[in-house]
Design a protein around this ligand. Structure first.
Ligand SMILES: [Zn+2]
Length: 137
């Protein structure tokens, strides 16, 4: 039996990435706590859809008024480049800014901003190579 870490864990480095990103790009307005863990699958995980059997690399989850951003712990184990982690954090933060449009968490306004995230293409390339589902538009 494979041991699996099911409990999300906090990490000083991830906290620092998040708080700098929050200050620089969102005027410190995002209310969320970032964790390493196993992101939920759709609808909260940012994957291509239920038919996609790849793991979502990150998710934005609300429970009892607390917001968690879960970054897949595999990225920690693989020492993923900082630009990949920053891209995922940035993407998940945008979910707090843009409500789903017609049930689509990645509506037109969201996408307009999402494509502007620094190193987005490079980060998506890394994620694809590592077997994750990615958002693509
Ligand atoms: Zn998303």
């Amino acid at each position: 039996m494979v041991a699996r870490n099911l409990k999300p864990v906090r990490d000083i480095k991830l906290d620092k990435y998040f708080s700098k990103l929050n200050d620089d790009s969102f005027n410190g307005k995002i209310r969320a706590t970032p964790y390493w863990g196993i992101p939920s699958v759709a609808p909260h995980g940012c994957n291509g859809g239920l038919e996609d059997d790849h793991a979502p690399p990150a998710s934005y989850e609300e429970s009892k008024g607390e917001v968690s951003i879960i970054i897949h712990q595999y990225l920690l184990a693989r020492s993923a480049p900082k630009y990949v982690v920053l891209y995922l954090l940035h993407h998940e933060c945008l979910h707090q800014v843009y409500e789903p449009e017609d049930g689509d968490p990645h509506g037109p306004l969201f996408r307009e901003q999402e494509v502007l995230i620094p190193n987005r293409d490079k980060a998506i390339g890394w994620l694809k190579k590592s077997g994750f589902s990615t958002v693509d538009w």
